[in-house]
Structure formats: C-alpha cells, structure tokens
Design a protein around this ligand. Structure first.
Ligand code: FE2
Ligand code: FE2
Length: 230
C-alpha cells in the first residue's frame, strides 16, 4: 500500500480484483451448497435458485469478457504473460455451457418442469467441476497481477485507471437488477467500504440499489449476505 491514506492506482486495482474475485468465489460456493432439496424444498424456491445460479454464471461470464477485451490486452502490451489465463477462460466455457443448459433451459420451460425429478446431483457436479478450474485460476491471477508486478512492468497509473473506467462502463450496459445485487450481496463489510463505495456512484448505491435488488429479491435469499450458511 502507498504511504498516503488513499491507495494509488496499482493498489486500487488490486482491491477491486480481490473484491470481484471474492464475489465469484462466494456466489459459486453458494450455488454449490444450496444445490440440494433441503435448501430448495419446492418448485417456487427452485425458480429462485435457478435465477440465482444464472446470475452467478452471468457474473462470471462478464468478468472474463472484461478481462479478455479490456484488461488482458493492456497486461500483454507490458510483457505480462496471459496465454495460460486465457486458456483457462476457454476451458471454463464448456463447463459454463453445461450449467447454462440446465439453468437457462429450465428457467424458460419452468411451467412444465417437474420439481420431483429435477436433477440437483448433476447440476451440483457441474458446478463443482467449474469450481475446480476457477479457484486456482483466480488465485493465479491475484499472484501474477500483484501491484508490484504491474508497477515493474512499466504500466502507467493512467493506463490502469483507463482499464477500470472501461470495465465500469461495460458493467453499466448490463441489467442492473442482476449485475449489482450479485456483486453487493457477495461482499464483506471491508470490501463494501474499500471497493463498493468508491466505485459505485452514490446515486446508484443510495438511491437506486434497493429498487434494483427488489426486482428479483427471491434470488438473493441464496446469497452470501443473506443465506448465512457456512
Ligand atoms: Fe480470469
Ligand atoms: Fe479475474
């Protein structure tokens, strides 16, 4: 951390990276532990659970798109190797497609879905396979893109600020009733203070967020902040 109270662009980038990665870790963990008839006891709850898992998958997909299109090209320009991380993103696509095939198809055909025969076991297995690739990948990015490594690469603070600005802009094009709650409900208190508050404009945080979160409120009952399960 720099000597001033305010983190510099490199430390700030790392704060954002860790907070967002934690939302990916926790939303996937919540999807896995709740994928069971015990926590999804009826058809109405299943609709919300499928919505939650779909939101977690969209969040992961958007994070990788932002890395591929906005962040990684800047790292590559400064000699930081990204090929192996890019390969992980590609390896995750078929796993995500298998999950989407259950979650999105069943969401669309929900009225005809039979609760009693819903295959929780194979959905959970696919989520676990995704986790086995994703968790080491997130750890590796955090190690390989640490502030001192980016500083030493010759990247400027302005370039890094532009990356964050570009990602915020891309996120603003997403559906805020999904993209904001899936982040907020998977942050801890420290991350809300250090990442959410400086990044999300006050008008959204204070004025609009509760309305956005209300829209699919049943989804978020499975979230890290609300479910309170280990
Ligand atoms: Fe990644
Ligand atoms: Fe990442």
């Amino acid at each position: 951390m720099s000597n001033t109270n305010k983190p510099d662009s490199f430390d700030r980038n790392h704060i954002v990276l860790l907070a967002v990665h934690n939302t990916l870790r926790r939303s996937l963990h919540q999807s896995i532990i709740n994928c069971d008839k015990t926590y999804v006891p009826d058809k109405k709850t299943l609709r919300n659970f499928l919505g939650f898992v779909d939101a977690a998958m969209q969040h992961l997909h958007n994070h990788h798109t932002n890395e591929d299109v906005i962040y990684f090209p800047v790292l590559a320009q400064h000699g930081i190797k990204i090929d192996h991380l890019d390969a992980d993103h590609h390896a995750l696509i078929p796993k995500m497609k298998e999950i989407d095939a259950v979650v999105k198809v069943d969401k669309r055909a929900f009225d005809n879905l039979e609760y009693n025969t819903f295959d929780f076991v194979s959905l959970k297995t696919n989520l676990e396979k995704l986790r086995d690739i994703l968790l080491p990948h997130l750890d590796q990015e955090e190690r390989e893109h640490a502030p001192d490594i980016l500083r030493a690469s010759g990247m400027s603070a302005q370039e890094l600020d532009n990356v964050l600005g570009g990602i915020v802009k891309a996120e603003q094009k997403l559906d805020p009733t999904i993209s904001l709650p899936i982040i907020y409900y998977h942050l801890d208190e420290k991350e809300i203070k250090e990442f959410w508050e400086p990044t999300i404009p006050a008008v959204v945080r204070v004025g609009l967020f509760s309305m956005f979160a209300c829209w699919n409120s049943g989804f978020w009952e499975f979230s890290y902040a609300k479910a309170k399960k280990p």
